[in-house]
Design a protein around this ligand. Structure first.
Ligand code: FES
Ligand code: FES
Length: 194
């Protein structure tokens, strides 16, 4: 289990569960190297199932999830660690997966928006609340918003408005004006508390 603290949405740095700090600048220079990287094997538990693929070592986690694992619910909005559309859970912590190498998730538990749905197809209470309270319009930001919100409700089950706004600060939405998103997270927290 990761013990590196809470999700810091404004940060361009990701502190991995293995203690390594990778700056956004060094990550970009690593992946933009014109020489193709070495091929390496990566394996992890993705939405409760083991996955393993041979990938270029510079492959981003979001690219791995979308292209190798064919799970396209995780979106790419900016590719520069700013919009939060690519947010997933890595060992229980919300991270921007465009700011993490797939290799950094070796052996980890990764959950994407697809992994929130129950085995019977039922939506997660946060997904239901977004739907019922019009917390989305075009839906592009929604997977990242929902992953950030579910992380928040795990660490703070009854958050204040301020705490919701603070935690979702790194997730940008160009459509909703945010009010209905806040309302949806509040409602989900009540439903989840029973
Ligand atoms: S695509 Fe990752 S933060 Fe925008
Ligand atoms: S609903 Fe369109 S970007 Fe958020």
């Amino acid at each position: 289990m990761c013990s590196s603290g809470k999700f810091e949405p404004k940060s361009f740095r990701f502190e991995s569960c293995r203690g390594a700090r990778v700056s956004f600048i060094s990550l970009i220079s690593f992946i933009s190297n014109e020489n193709p990287g070495m091929t390496v094997k990566v394996s992890m538990i993705l939405n409760g199932r083991p996955v393993a693929h041979d990938i270029e070592e510079r492959t981003l986690l979001v690219t791995y999830i979308r292209e190798a694992c064919r799970l396209t619910g995780t979106h790419v909005g900016c590719d520069t660690a700013q919009c939060g559309a690519c947010t997933v859970h890595l060992d229980g912590k919300a991270v921007k997966s465009c700011n993490v190498l797939a290799l950094q998730a070796e052996g980890a538990q990764v959950t994407t928006i697809e992994g929130l749905v129950g085995e019977d197809g039922s939506l997660h209470p946060v997904q239901v609340a977004f739907k019922e309270h019009h917390g989305l319009q075009c839906g592009y930001c929604t997977p990242g918003m929902v992953m950030s919100a579910t992380h928040l409700l795990r660490i703070i089950p009854q958050p204040t408005n301020e705490q919701i706004r603070d935690q979702l600060d790194g997730n940008l939405c160009r459509c909703t004006g945010y009010h209905n998103i806040i309302k949806a997270v509040q409602e989900a927290s009540k439903v989840m508390a029973g």
